[in-house]
Ligand binder design. Structure first.
Ligand code: NAP
Length: 483
């Protein structure tokens, strides 16, 4: 079996040493396309987490006061190490997660881009000297690293979700304890190997795998951890917010979504279909910003559905490692069952399956890209995240109706709209209750812009200049008696 250029780590990184779990426990990791065993990772718990937090706290003293040039220099080396290893890292990501290799290569590239962005952005994290009310005083506003940061990440983007946390944390001068998802631990562990290779000091980056509850519990209980940055489901995010209260930690939460995709009669249909395919089927529909609900205006509805059906049926399904494959397997059988139950629910409430609708003939967790029409607000996908290759199409008549339906959810992460009316584009910007809005584009994530949700999709931003703010504390210092 490939060791992906030595980057497949079967142990955990604490204080610069690669270790197993105290009790020797391990968890098997499998490839969701082939079901081959990729390896075994340590099943760590609270004791190992406490040691990782202690190591991060010891390392914080020097790291937080290190020269900015040292930190940015190491981050630039980390960027280069990632890009030098783009191919083995992408292959490893596809092997553990299932997404097509082309998407995995893209994820490694954007991970590297986040590291470079924050290496640059920290150089612009300026403070202020505020005009003082009296002449004998100077009022300083300065920024400082928040302290030890814990990062908990999901399986759908196992590399880039950590990049968006590790980059700003290390740039700001924080040290880190990270817990990647159990289904896809290797892309997370590889960050530890690369950080070590390029010379980050011991204890600055620590990476643990194992029991989410035990590791998460130790993180949340620790008064040493000053910030928790989490990407995952809204359900677990809410639990962590509650747990953060006892030690008043800073939290940032990138949670679930239920993205609407509005297509107005005046849309460019070719562009709308292009955007729909990427916003629906990227990562087999398993992204937080994936379209959950297509709202299509009556005049363009039938043409749009026909084109969406054709494009969905043309998708090449298979093992993501094979050339030309555009849709891999879903992450596990639970994901398949969720999609199936949503299709059954919609059918029983009058929707029509116009394409797909079943497990794919390839077996395992492969699923047919599915298009449903006649969707209504009573169906489960109107309120719940699908996280699979199911395109549900609702029909609407007026702009008001579409906006109200789009906003009728507890989530507020991403929304998309296709229209050539400039006035409408601005009305959508004002009225859509979403943190990310794509007008005439189905793919808008970029390192330069703040990524993050409103409402129950979370708090805090990743990327952009805002992505650094959560890792910095602001102090006000008054120096008096200066006459
Ligand atoms: P999840 O079940 O919430 O898990 C996310 C991470 O939290 C994993 O590392 C998981 O560990 C860990 N975890 C689970 N229970 C925990 C607990 N009690 N305490 C501490 N940590 C715990 O989510 P997922 O299924 O991996 O990811 C899919 C979700 O992530 C979707 O809802 C998606 O929308 C959301 N997401 C949001 C964004 C965004 O930027 N807003 C981006 C990507 C994904 P284990 O793996 O060991 O269970």
């Amino acid at each position: 079996m490939s060791d992906f250029n030595g980057l497949l780590k079967q142990s955990n990184l604490i204080d610069g040493k690669w270790i197993g779990a105290d009790g020797g426990g391990e968890i098997k990791v499998t490839n969701p396309a082939s079901h081959d065993t990729l390896g075994h990772i340590p099943n760590c718990g609270a004791a190992e987490t406490d040691r990782a937090i202690a190591a991060a706290a010891r390392a914080f003293d020097d790291w937080s006061r290190s020269d900015l040039s040292q930190r940015t220099g190491l981050l630039h080396k980390l960027h280069d190490a990632l890009m030098d290893n783009q191919e083995p890292l992408a292959q490893m990501l596809t092997a553990e997660q299932g997404k097509p290799l082309a998407e995995a290569r893209g994820e490694i590239a954007i991970s590297a881009a986040y590291i470079k962005w924050f290496a640059e952005e920290i150089r612009r994290a300026k403070g202020e000297i505020v005009p003082a009310p009296s002449a004998d005083r100077k009022l300083l506003v300065t920024h400082h690293p928040v302290g030890v940061v814990a990062a908990i990440t999901p399986w759908n983007f196992p590399s880039s979700m950590l990049a968006r946390k590790l980059g700003p944390a290390l740039a700001a001068g924080c040290t880190l304890v990270a817990k990647p998802a159990t289904a896809t631990p290797y892309s997370g562990l590889a960050w530890g190997a690369l950080c070590q290779d390029v010379g980050f000091p011991d204890g600055v980056v620590n990476i643990l795998t194992g029991s989410a509850r035990a590791i998460g519990g130790a993180i949340m209980d620790s008064p040493t951890v000053r910030k928790v940055t989490f990407t995952g489901s809204t359900e677990i995010g809410k639990e962590l917010i509650r747990q953060s209260a006892d030690t008043v930690k800073k939290v940032s939460m990138e949670l679930g979504g239920n993205a609407p995709f509005l297509v107005f009669d005046d849309a460019d249909i070719d562009e709308a279909i292009k955007g729909a395919m990427v916003a629906k089927y990227r990562n087999m529909g398993q992204t937080c910003v994936c379209t959950n609900r297509f709202y299509v205006q009556a005049g363009i509805h039938d043409a749009f559905v026909e084109r969406l059906k054709e494009a969905s049926e043309a998708l090449v399904i298979g093992n993501g490692a094979e050339a030309g494959v555009e849709q891999g397997p879903l992450i596990d059988t639970g994901a398949v069952e969720k999609v199936e139950s949503m299709i059954d629910d919609a059918r029983s409430k009058g929707a029509k399956v116009v394409s797909g609708g079943r497990r794919h003939a390839k077996g395992g967790t492969f699923f047919e890209p599915t298009v449903i029409t006649g969707a209504t607000s009573e169906m489960t996908f109107a309120t719940d995240e699908i996280f699979g290759p199911l395109a549900a199409v609702f029909k609407f008549d007026t702009e008001d109706e579409a906006i109200n339906a789009a906003n009728a959810t507890d989530f507020g992460l991403a929304a998309y709209a296709y229209t050539r009316d400039l006035g409408r584009a601005f009305r959508l910007n004002e009225r859509l209750e979403y943190g990310l809005i794509g007008i005439n584009s189905g793919l808008i994530t970029t390192v330069e812009a703040p990524f993050g949700g409103l409402k129950e999709s979370g708090m805090g931003k990743e990327g952009g200049s805002q992505g650094l703010e959560d890792y910095l504390s602001t102090k006000y210092t008054c120096i008096a008696g200066l006459t």
